[in-house]
Design a protein around this ligand. Structure first.
Ligand SMILES: *[C@@H]1O[C@H](CO)[C@@H](O)[C@H](O)[C@H]1NC(C)=O
Ligand SMILES: *[C@@H]1O[C@H](CO)[C@@H](O)[C@H](O)[C@H]1NC(C)=O
Ligand SMILES: *[C@@H]1O[C@H](CO)[C@@H](O)[C@H](O)[C@H]1NC(C)=O
Length: 275
C-alpha cells in the first residue's frame, strides 16, 4: 500500500471516531505531516519524508529509548551492534509485501534485565522478562543527576536524598554528558553503581525501578556484584541504556514496556516520560 493511501485510510478512520470532549486539543495527536483534523485530499500528497522525533506533544512526552542503529554500542565490543534487520522478503523481488527479519542480543540498546540475568536458579525457575511487574515499570518517578566525579557509591546515594516513598528513579550520569550511547565503541569507564551503592539503595530507599544511561546499571569494576545485590529479592527492575539528554531533572510519569519474550532474561524496552 502506498503511503498516501495509508494516510487516507487513517483519515477515514479518524473521522469515524465519535467526538469526545477533550479538555485540550493536544490530547489527540495529529497524524504527522497533517494539520490536525484536516483530511482534505491535498494532505495525501505530502512529501515522503518520515518524521523522527525525541519529543512529542509540545514538549510533554519524551522518548527516552535509543533508536536502534547498526552503530550503537554493544557490550564489550568495539564493532557496535552491526546489522540487526534484513529484508527477508521484498516487493522488489516479487513478494506481495516487504517483510524484515531481525536478530538482536536481548541486552541491546535501551533494555531491561530480569532476575534470571545473574541468578541461574531464577533463570531455571522461569523469572524471564515476561514475569516483570508492569506496575513497577509504569508510574511516577524521578529523574536525578548524580555527581559527575564518582561512580554511584553508598556515599553518593546518601547525598542524593531520595525521599522515602519514591519507587522509580532514573539516574543521569557522566555517561549522558559523554554521549556514550551514541558511540560505537564500548567504553568500560562508564559510570554505574558500585556494590555498596546498590546495597545502600536496597536497604535505605523504596526504589524498585532503577534506570541508567549506559548499557549496565553496574559499574564495570563491580559488574556482577552490583547486579546480584539489585536482583536478589526479585523486587527491583533494572532498565539500562536510557536516553536522558535534554530533559529537566524532576518528577515524571514513567512508562516502560518490555517485550513478552518467554525464556529471555533481557528485552529491548520502550520507555517514555510524560510531564
Ligand atoms: C517495499 O515495498 C514498497 C511498497 O510499499 C516498494 O515500493 C519497495 O520497492 C519495496 N522495497 C523493496 C526493497 O523491495
Ligand atoms: C533480490 O534478489 C537478488 C537475487 O537473489 C538479491 O541479490 C537481492 O539482494 C534481492 N534484493 C532484495 C531487496 O531483497
Ligand atoms: C567509574 O568506574 C569505572 C570502572 O568501573 C572507572 O573506569 C571510572 O573512571 C569511574 N568513573 C568515575 C567518574 O569515577
Amino acid at each position: 500500500m502506498e503511503a498516501a493511501h495509508l494516510l487516507l485510510l487513517l483519515c477515514a478512520y479518524a473521522l469515524t471516531i465519535p467526538t469526545l470532549s477533550f479538555a485540550t486539543t493536544d490530547a489527540y495527536p495529529a497524524v504527522p505531516g497533517t494539520d490536525s483534523g484536516d483530511c482534505s485530499l491535498s494532505d495525501a500528497h505530502i512529501s515522503l519524508t518520515p518524521t523522527r522525533r525525541e519529543v512529542y506533544g509540545d514538549g510533554r512526552i519524551f522518548d527516552i529509548s535509543h533508536r536502534f542503529s547498526t552503530d550503537m554500542p554493544a557490550f564489550e565490543s568495539s564493532e557496535g551492534v552491526g546489522q540487526f534487520v534484513w529484508l527477508a522478503k521484498s516487493m522488489k523481488n516479487g513478494s506481495i509485501a516487504n517483510n524484515s527479519e531481525m536478530k538482536l542480543p536481548a541486552h541491546t540498546g535501551t533494555h531491561v534485565d530480569a532476575p534470571g540475568h545473574v541468578y541461574d536458579h531464577y533463570f531455571d525457575a522461569g523469572f524471564d522478562v515476561d514475569t516483570l511487574d508492569l506496575e513497577v515499570l509504569n508510574g511516577p518517578g524521578l529523574l536525578v543527576d548524580v555527581p559527575r566525579d564518582k561512580n554511584i557509591t553508598a556515599e553518593v546515594m546518601k547525598s542524593l536524598n531520595i525521599p522515602k516513598g519514591v519507587r522509580r528513579v532514573l539516574f543521569r550520569t557522566l555517561n549522558t554528558d559523554k554521549r556514550l550511547m551514541f558511540k560505537k565503541e564500548f567504553d568500560t569507564s562508564y559510570v554505574g553503581f558500585m556494590r555498596d551503592g546498590a546495597k545502600w539503595l536496597v536497604e535505605n530507599t523504596d526504589v524498585k525501578l532503577v534506570g541508567i544511561d549506559y548499557l549496565s546499571v553496574a559499574a564495570y569494576d563491580d559488574l556482577i556484584p552490583s547486579h546480584l545485590v539489585f536482583l536478589k529479592e526479585r523486587e527491583i527492575i533494572l532498565v539500562e541504556g536510557l536516553k536522558l539528554d535534554d530533559i529537566q531533572p524532576g518528577i515524571y510519569s514513567i512508562h516502560c514496556l518490555p517485550l513478552r519474550l518467554k525464556g529471555a532474561e533481557g528485552s529491548p524496552i520502550r520507555c517514555i516520560l510524560i510531564k
